[in-house]
Every structure is written in C-alpha cells, then in structure tokens.
Design a protein. Structure first.
Length: 402
C-alpha cells in the first residue's frame, strides 16, 4: 500500500512539474510583448552547437518559457501587491514607493566625479563635429538637455535612500562644459526649470518623463533660444494660444507600470490643442497617417500612457505645414522628443523627427546632407548623456542599424 502511495505521489509530482511547460507550449500565441513589463518576449532559441556546449542555449530556453508561463502577469502582480501592501517594502521592482512620487531606486556608492569630464569628451567632440557640418550646410544646431524625473525630484527621496544629487549635478556640469569647449550651442533645461522654481506640475509622479506642461516650458525655452541666437522671429505657441485640458482617463506611468498599476494615483495626462489650428500633413516611417499629434483613447475608461504623445516612438516622422516663409527643422532624440513634437511643428514649415534607435535607412550625417534643415535639435535626457549608440551616433557614416 505504501509503495502504491509513493508511486501516486511521484506521478502527481511529475505531472505538476510537466504541466507548466506543457501548458506553456500549448498556449503560445501571437502575442509579442509583455504589457506591464513594457518589453518584447524572448525569442525562441535556434539550435546552435556552440551555445549548447557553453550552456547559453538552455538559458535561452529558460527565458523563453519564463516569458510565456501561464499566469505570469497575475503571479507577478500578486507578488508586487504583497510587497506593497503586506510587507510595506520601501522599494519594489526597483521603484522607490515610500514617498509621494515613484522614483528610480539608485544603489549606494561613491566615486570621484572628476571622471565625468573625461567621459564627456568623446560625446562633445562628436557633437561639435556634427554642429560644424550642419553649419557648413547652412543650418544651426542646438543640443537640448532635459532632466529625467528622478533627478528632477531628487528632494523627494526618503532621507534613508540615495538620490545621487551629488553625481547628477557633477555629470551635468561636466557635459555642458564639454559642449561649450567644443563650440556646441545648448539649452540646459534643468537650469531653466530651476529659474522657474522647479514646478511640480512639470513632471509626472508616476512616469520617468516630464508632463506636457514640462514639455511646453522646454519648447518655449528652445524656440526663444533659437530666435535669440539666429535673430529670427519664429512663431512660438504660449499658454494663451492653447486650450490645455486633462484627459479623464487613468494614466499609467512607466514607474507605476513596473508595479502593475497598483500604486494609487489620481494623475491625469494633459494635452494642449491650438485655439487657431495650423493645417498639416504627417507621415510616419514613409507612410501617410492622420493629421494628429495625440493618440487619443477610444473611451474615458481606457488607460493611457506617455505613448499618447505622437503615438509613441517612430523611426521617422515628417510633418509639413506648407508655410515656406518659415525654416525647416530636424529634431532627433529619445522619447523625450515626443511630447515636445506636439508643439514644435507649429513653428516650422517642415518638421522632421528621427529616433536613431529605430531609424535605419541612412546615417544622421547623410540625412542632414540630403534634407539640409535650417534648424537641427538633439533632445536627450540627462540619464542618457553618457550612453553610446542610438541617438548618440551623430558623427558616423554608418547607418544606425549597421
């Protein structure tokens, strides 16, 4: 009888162990991404003898199964809820949750910040060479530095956690000094925001981006700088020219997304619509699309994300307002460009936008040489100043995907 019970137990245990991979294989669908984790699913590993011998092949299969295990999101959401509500952890999924803002967790550590000057040099050198080439082609270049949400709200960190203000301040100073040494015109938006009193309304409590009002302030500062440097009188949209409204929809910021939307928040996304609309056409990645700069939700209950602005990231967007008396512009950078793009087109005849993480047709240098925009802007947040690849590849003949 005992042997029979042992066999039954072993059979049940084996069935339980095999059921997860069996169900995973049976439930494989066309889904390509994990919504709350905001990433694509791991690819199915291809057979590779070298990877098998090194053990990487089996690790890749583990990642593939893990991404597709039945109930993955539910289990991770329950874990996050337990961490938030039962264990009261101050940091969950690398997000600081113990204050009034969701901020990035920064590990403890100290180092000599003089290293930033050395690290900034190659980036500034490339930007300087690129700026001179733009000028040779008849244009002007400005670098626009935007603080990320964590550094912007450094004083909202609980006192027992690291905010690394000492590091971000030194890193920013070193970077902008290097730009100045290489003759690159720039707009330091952290200094602009400081002069305006660092308004809380400019930045999200639940997302790593600025809010739309923060983008409006950046747009105004950039256009004022362009007009001042170039002696132009480009039209600049001010708050009085806009109908600004908050959407009723729940806003799922990127930090709360990592918490599966469990952190209570009443924040709502804002948009600004022109009181006197400017007609325009738009193309994304070569395809004509609707003349819209906001991807509005279909109902008031639908969650919205920062992808509301310009519909998220695109390799190339071209907006034409058909006002030849105004100059043409090119803006390139990461997702911080998106909210600003909802305004920039109003000041130019043609506004081209590139995200070199996705655009692969030609190098930035080739692009500028072909279209010869009079205004070129690089917009990057200060956590990306010292990162290579993507939108840092400004001075190369290689296409971004090469």
């Amino acid at each position: 009888m005992k042997k029979l019970a042992d066999r039954v137990f072993l059979l049940c245990a084996a069935a339980a162990l095999l059921s997860v991979p069996a169900l995973t294989l049976a439930r494989v669908s066309a889904r390509q991404s994990l919504y709350y984790e905001n990433r694509t699913l791991a690819d199915k590993p291809a057979w590779d003898w070298e990877a098998v011998l090194e053990g990487d092949w089996f690790s890749s299969w583990e990642e593939w199964y893990s991404d597709r295990v039945p109930g993955r999101t539910t289990l991770l959401r329950l874990t996050a809820k337990a961490d938030l509500d039962l264990l009261k952890r101050p940091v969950v999924n690398d997000v600081v949750v113990s204050g009034d803002k969701l901020l990035p967790f920064l590990p403890y550590g100290r180092w000599d910040t003089r290293v930033h000057r050395t690290n900034a040099e190659p980036f500034a050198e490339d930007l300087g060479a690129f700026s001179r080439r733009v000028e040779e082609l008849g244009g002007r270049f400005w670098f626009v530095g935007i603080p990320e949400q964590g550094p912007y709200f450094y004083d909202h960190y609980p006192p027992e956690l690291e905010n690394r203000r000492w590091n971000s301040t030194a890193a920013n100073a070193a970077f902008f000094q290097a730009l100045e040494d290489h003759g690159v015109a720039y707009v330091d938006m952290e200094a602009v925001y400081d002069a305006q009193g660092r308004p809380e309304a400019y930045y999200s409590a639940v997302d790593h981006h600025y809010r739309w009002r923060g983008a409006l302030a950046a747009y105004e500062a950039v256009l004022d700088r362009i007009n001042g440097d170039a002696g132009w009188a480009l039209p600049v949209m001010r708050e009085a020219d806009l109908n600004i409204r908050a959407l009723p929809n729940p806003y799922l910021g990127s930090r709360n997304r990592k918490l599966y939307g469990l952190w209570p928040s009443e924040e709502r996304a804002e948009i600004g619509e022109l009181k006197q609309p400017i007609p325009f056409t738009r193309k994304d990645d070569g395809q004509a699309c609707g003349a819209e700069v906001y991807a509005l939700p279909g109902s008031e209950e639908q969650l919205v994300t920062y992808g509301l602005y310009m519909g998220g990231d695109h390799g190339e967007t071209v907006i034409r307002t058909n006002r030849p008396e105004l100059p043409n512009a090119l803006i390139f950078g990461d997702s911080f460009t998106n909210a600003m793009e909802t305004l920039l087109y109003t000041s130019f005849n043609e506004t081209r936008s590139l995200d070199l993480r996705y655009y692969e047709e030609k190098s930035l240098r080739e692009y500028v040489e072909e279209y010869r925009p009079e205004v070129v802007l690089c917009v990057r947040d200060n956590t990306a100043f010292y990162t290579s690849g993507g939108n840092a590849r400004v001075w190369t003949d290689e296409t971004p995907g090469a």
